[in-house]
Design a protein around this ligand. Structure first.
Ligand code: SF4
Ligand code: SF4
Length: 93
């Protein structure tokens, strides 16, 4: 399942999309320690699988939470995306 976390406003679409099917076989969850802003967490989904999600605290302010990773110029590879061995994370902005 592709889970969308974030919001849309006049400036654009600010969503992190997580392909949670890919998280099921991910034993170490390296995205969690990779995020310096503690945006991500592991939760149990409706099927009792342990999958990645964006924390409730960050869902409504994700543009600002991720801003330190996303400078206007010379944006480096995102730490969470780079850490994920299963290509499960996508950022829409
Ligand atoms: S590292 Fe990737 S596959 Fe593993 S829990 Fe995080 S998002 Fe899911
Ligand atoms: S872009 Fe940075 S702050 Fe946002 S989830 Fe990824 S590692 Fe965390």
């Amino acid at each position: 399942m592709k889970a969308h976390y974030g919001y849309k406003d006049g400036a654009g679409d600010f969503f992190i999309i997580i392909d949670t099917d890919n998280c099921i076989e991910c034993a170490d969850h390296p995205c969690i320690p990779a995020c310096p802003e503690s945006v991500l967490e592991i939760i149990e989904d409706d099927y009792e699988d342990m999958v990645c999600a964006v924390t409730m605290d960050h869902r409504k302010k994700i543009k600002y939470s991720c801003a330190p990773c996303k400078p206007d110029r010379d944006r480096p590879p995102l730490l969470c995306v780079t850490a994920c061995p299963k290509n499960a994370l996508e950022h829409l902005w």
